[in-house]
Design a protein around this ligand. Structure first.
Ligand code: RUQ
Ligand code: CUA
Length: 655
């Protein structure tokens, strides 16, 4: 049976793994019969040729390191935005103007594991300015500009390891948050791994976002016990000023966590009063720790810069009492989600047989009453009964994440029983359930994490597709499923494959950002020091062993397109300016034997690629983007002579 949802949940790990395997193997035929695909469903997702989708959806690429942009309800892929991974299509991380974006305190790192996109908000409602996403492996947070759909900034999070609980946005985008998933010696030092309990700890990080420019600054970090801080949600409305972080491994195991971190019946949600933390930091109560982390940004000319920062403000809980409380939460919780009113905090206890709903008002009362069961490293643990509002009983197996609609309902993803369960928040009553194919991780309702859910759909972001698509060798597509939530019963409308692993996603009404889309970069404003504004300015100069070629690109030629005087041992810098000012006319640039990538140059922009020839001869370069009827003619030659040759630098020009 593909959906053993009524099986009694058990914390016994072996059982859990088996149940997961059962869900994964699926029973294809039954599954297909239950799936959508009716004419009605087809018409709900049909966006006629030439028409636009209603929503932009931004999906994390997981281990692809990027963000993909889809239209909803059609599920059409519109763009892949390069973020943490080098991307040859856009020359991201290959061109000289973009390479500094991938700098870290560990050097140049051209990859990360991107999990959770998070849109900027004003008063708890999406404002269409920026999208943030975390890098999980080398802790980082990126900021994408939604008018250009381009990554503008990446900040590394020092002293942290595994930046998973990130980068969730506070109500007015005051902060995006981060936390330590893998506790480590903090600050790092050489100690036995078995000394975990004495030497390992976690940090919860608050990265401030400048209201006007979006600029990211590491504001402060809070030093916390060595659990695994997994996911987070800032509060909103009444709970604005707080943020909630789930943790597992309160056992503080350092080996075989699948067993050793599954001992306790409850782990904790860390409730962090960040407004109070701000005050403590302002009063000088934070310590300054040495640190080494990169801050990378695109300037107004779209040229990346990178600086290494060397200190961080760290607040000890003992110096700011009341800044963190622990809320007991069953069992090894994963997601922590705050409902649209900001009153309820819902956890997804992966190994729990229920979904706990904590009340912010009860939490405040419990703090006033000191209804604590104990303290852990100076952090009061509030009594479960004093904070819990209700429990959804037997919802299914393996609850992970929760999203909300505008009708007071929650939707929870069930990894093990492969389903979405809809339930009423105010009394924890299950209303409906729908199978998904298979092994759902996150789910997303457009605006479902904000004060104003747009509703209409829930998207299941599944880990396993098995029998859903034509097979493609050992690696199968991962999948999103679009489900209608406008009626009492959820209805499956569409399957569409995704790029990389779709952890979380966000969606915003297209009307909020469609008309803001940038069409070209004004050539007059191009401040790149290597810009070539007109063909008359195109030229080639030698500076020692470097030859700089300043080219223009316009339909359908480069200027210059005949270049001589380069010698083996030189590095050739091709600075290509696209002097077009029309929308949707990029030009590409590629040269034989280039060991990096092509360039793709947007109208009005300059991009540089370095070419180090390794043999003598005459080599072609050409435009890689089919830009006009005479695109194939958009080509040139560069001649490479022997070292010490007397061939002078020469080029044709528009003069
Ligand atoms: S985590 S399911 Cu980052 Cu739940 Cu992916
Ligand atoms: Cu320019 Cu093809």
């Amino acid at each position: 049976m593909a959906h053993p949802r009524f099986a009694k949940a058990s914390a016994f790990v072996g059982f859990v793994l088996l149940a997961g395997a059962a869900a994964r193997s699926g029973c294809g035929k039954a599954a297909q019969q239950q799936a959508g695909g009716t004419g009605d469903a087809a018409s709900r997702v049909y966006v006629a040729p030439g028409s636009y989708d209603e929503f932009y959806a931004f999906m994390s690429g997981g281990y692809s390191g990027q963000v993909s942009v889809y239209g909803l309800p059609s599920g059409r892929l519109l763009r892949v935005i390069p973020v943490f991974s080098q991307d040859a299509q856009d020359a991201w991380g290959y061109s000289e103007q973009t390479k500094p974006m991938l700098m870290t305190g560990y050097g140049f790192i051209p990859w990360d594991d991107a999990h959770h996109p998070s849109l900027s908000m004003t008063d708890g409602i999406q404002d269409g300015r920026w999208l943030f996403i975390n890098g999980n492996n080398t802790p980082r947070i990126a900021r994408i500009d939604l008018a250009e759909m381009d990554t503008k900034e990446i900040i590394e999070i020092p002293n942290s390891a595994g930046n998973h609980a990130s980068p969730f946005t506070t109500q007015n985008t005051e902060y995006v948050v981060g936390a330590t998933r893998f506790s480590v010696p903090t600050p790092q030092k050489d100690v036995p791994i078995a000394s975990y309990k004495e030497n390992f700890s976690g940090l919860i990080s608050f990265v401030a976002v400048d209201k006007t420019t979006g600029k990211l600054t590491l504001a402060f970090q809070i030093h916390v016990p060595g659990f695994d801080y997994d996911l987070a949600r800032p509060g909103k409305g009444p709970s604005h000023g707080w943020a909630f972080f789930t943790s597992y491994n309160s056992e503080q195991a350092n080996t075989l966590l699948e067993r050793n971190a599954s001992q306790n019946d409850k782990d904790y949600i860390a409730a962090v009063n960040w407004k109070q933390a701000e005050q403590c930091v302002a009063q000088g109560k934070a310590d300054t720790w040495p640190a080494k982390y990169a801050h990378n940004w695109m300037d107004g000319a779209n040229i990346a810069h990178s600086e290494i920062l060397t200190s961080a403000k760290v607040l000890e809980v003992s110096k700011c009492p009341g800044v963190v409380y622990y809320l007991p939460t069953p069992k090894s919780p994963h997601g922590a989600d705050v409902n649209p009113t900001g009153e309820y905090i819902v956890a997804g206890g992966k190994l729990a047989a229920l979904i706990p709903v904590h009340s912010f008002a009860k939490m405040q009362q419990a703090i006033a009453d000191k209804a604590f069961e104990k303290e852990i490293s100076g952090i009061p643990v509030i009594k479960y009964e004093a904070v819990n509002m209700c429990e959804v009983q037997q919802p299914g197996l393996g609850p992970l994440h929760n999203e909300f609609d505008d009708q007071g309902n929650a939707y929870t993803s069930m990894f093990i029983s492969s389903e979405i369960v809809k339930w009423r928040v105010k009394d924890c009553t299950v209303l409906d359930r729908i199978p998904v194919y298979y092994s759902i991780g996150h789910l997303m309702v457009p605006g479902g994490d904000t004060k104003k859910p747009w509703g209409k759909y829930v998207i299941a972001l599944n880990k396993i597709t098995k029998d859903r698509y034509l097979p493609t060798g050992p690696e199968l597509a991962q999948s999103a499923q679009l489900i209608d939530i406008t009626g009492d019963k959820m209805k499956l409308l569409l399957d569409f494959p995704t790029i990389g692993e779709p952890h979380y996603a966000q969606a915003i009404p297209a009307s909020l950002i469609r008309d803001k889309q940038m069409k070209t970069y004004p050539l007059a404003d191009n401040k790149d020091p290597d810009v070539t504004r007109t063909e008359k300015d195109a030229h080639v100069v030698r500076k020692g062993k470097a030859v700089h070629v300043y080219l223009t690109a316009i339909r359908s030629h480069f200027m210059p397109d005949n270049i001589e005087g380069v010698q083996l041992g030189d590095s050739v810098y091709f600075h290509v300016t696209n002097v077009e000012q029309d929308w949707d006319v990029p030009h590409g640039f590629a040269v034989t034997g280039a060991r990096n990538s092509e360039l793709l140059v947007m109208p009005g922009q300059t991009r540089t690629v370095i070419w180090v020839p390794e043999r003598i001869g005459v080599f072609p370069f050409y435009c890689t983007d089919f830009c006009s009827a005479l695109h194939q003619e958009m080509q040139g030659y560069i001649r490479v002579s022997a070292p010490g040759s007397n061939v002078p630098i020469a080029f044709n020009s528009g003069k």
